[in-house]
Structures are given as C-alpha cells and as structure tokens.
Design a protein around this ligand. Sequence first.
Ligand code: SF4
Length: 381
Amino acid sequence: MTGDQDRGPDLDPAWLRRVRADLRAWYDRGHRELPWRDDRDPYRILVSEMMLVQTTVAAVTPYFHRFLARFPTVGDLAEAPENDVLKAWEGLGYYRRARQLHAAAKAIVHDHGGTVPSSLDALQALPGVGRYIAGAVRSFAFDLPAPIVEANTQRVLARLLAWEGAIGSPATTERLWRAAERLVPEEGPGAFNQAIMELGATVCTPKLPSCLVCPVAGECLARERGIQDRLPLKAAPKPPLPGAEACALIRRPDDGRVLIVQRGPGRLWADFWEFPTVHLTGADPAGRAFDPPVDLATGVEHLTGIRISLLDPLPPITYSVTKHRITLTPYRAVPLSSDPPVPGPGLVQAIWEAPEFLSRHTFSSAGRKLIPKAAELLTPG
Ligand code: SF4
C-alpha cells in the first residue's frame, strides 16, 4: 500500500522498536491471569478464540473450562455429536461459532491427522478461522510472528497512529493490519500480541483511556494531539431490523406435558428446540413465516398437527439475532385434541415433554427464558 493511508510512525524502525520494548516490559511486569493465557496448546487456543468472538472474557471463562472438560482434545470434539457440542455451548450465543468449531475439529482430524496446523493457509481453510484467529493460534501456540487485529488491538493501533478512518471500513482494516504486521516482533510475537490486547483491555480502554499510566504514551500520536478520547472513529450503527413473532406454551391437561419442537438443519438455530413459534410481521431471520401468513393457532397446527385454543398472552420478550431485533410474545394455550404431534415444515421433531425435562433440550437464549414460564403454567390453581 502506498500514499496517505500508509503514512505513519510505524514506518520508523526506531518507533517500532520502542513500542515493542515498552509494551513487553510493561506486560512482563504483570498482567491478568486468563485460563488460556500462556497456554501453548493450539486446540485450547482455538477454543478460547472461537468463544471470545463477540463475547467478554468474564462470560467465556466458565464455558471454556466446561467445554474443555467435556472435550479435552480435538479428537474428542471431532467425534462428539453436534447436539452435545451445542449443549456445551448453550448460553454463550453465536451458535454458528460452535458449529464452526466442531467442523474445524473434524477437519483437523481428517486433513491434519488430529494436529492443529501452523500455516496461515491451512488455518484459514478451517471453518470459522479468519485472519485474526489464525494469527492468534500462530503467535500464541507456535510463536510465529503473525499479526493480530481484534477489538482491543484495533483501538490501540488506531490511537497510536492517530488513525481517523472509521473502524470497520476497508481502508481502516487494511491500515491497522499493516501496522500490526510491522509491529509484531520476530522475538516473542505471542507475548507481544498478548501485551497489546492486554493494553487495550486494561489501559487503552474504549472510554477514558488511562494515558497517564500507559507504557507507550510517549509513542502515541493520538495522545500527542489530544484526540485519544474521540478515537477510534466508529461508523454510524445501522438500526436493527424489527420483527415480531408469537409462540405457544401449550399445556396438555391430562399429564401437564408441554409441546416443543426441534428445528431442522440448514437454518438459523438448526437442531435447537423451541415452543411452536410463528413469524407475524417485519424481519424474519429464522425463516418462520408462512405463505400466506397465518395466526399463531393456525401456525401451531401447521407445525405440529395439534389444534389449540389460545389463552392469555404473557409479557413479550425481545432478543437480538444477527441484524435483527425481534419481539416474541408467548401465549398460554391448551390443545383441542390428544393426537400425537407430527413435525411440520422446517421441523424434525415435535413432542410432548414433561416440564422438568425441558431444560435437557438445547434452546436458544430466548427459548430458555420461557422454560420457567412454561413450567409455571403447570402450577395448580
Ligand atoms: Fe491509548 Fe493513551 Fe496509551 Fe495512547 S497513550 S495508547 S490513547 S492509553
């Protein structure tokens, strides 16, 4: 890359040396203990990085321990049924990442004899592994001088360079990766990458960066210019696309069981369980719409063969998925027939389940919120 975009202090070898040395010295004096830090096992690093996408360290830590206790090796994960993997991931969100990690484990076993590869091309060929995760595995596990750019490092780099392009734009992405490539040292690249991430997480934070205690304050152009508080620039967020859904919490009077269905493959929340749900208006990220549109009672009959009588609605819940914000209104309902349910379009199973066993099935986070409500419906009185 040439031109204005490539001007910056990272063209100066002395600046690069100072930033590397100052950051490493600061990091070596002390840093947070994270379960995956200092771990050189590429499988564990792969798991932690896949979990950390869009999620905080605090949220990931218990899942990381549980997941590795359940699937201690890449072979264990590759052999596991997908439902077990989703169950171990349940609650962490971004289930696509769980499926990608599972597929990556299978590819590592199938294509690489069960050994996580170290080459950039081989890593990036794994499902769900992009430039950042490949760099993390290569530098943390194999100590290769591979750059990384993620949320923390991009903030630090944008400030160090006083880069005023919007985060997420192609020019900014390219510019920050270029800076990361120049900065990552041949000696100790893994620790350097950890250090810059740590700086972003603990000192060069999104709001009110702690420049007074920053080890690279003397090298930081944003601080020199007094613009650190307004960098990095963010592109204006697009408003989420609203949508409305309704679901039925259907109690069978004779034994108190609740009707649940399992979604089929190839769509959002494939293999997940839910209470029969239909799309009503607006965005339909999960593909629940009928053509022509139907009301909830008709939709439940299409989905399960069970005719129902709707009772009162419960307070709606909202959830976000991809670029959508969905309002889901649950309704209490009773069946009008005792026929066994038959899974309809897009479903693979429809069953009557005892309320105490509902949580054994994998639900989305919205569905999990409704499990206690479904159980409450069974309380006498
Ligand atoms: Fe961030 Fe301030 Fe350090 Fe610059 S001096 S890297 S803005 S904390």
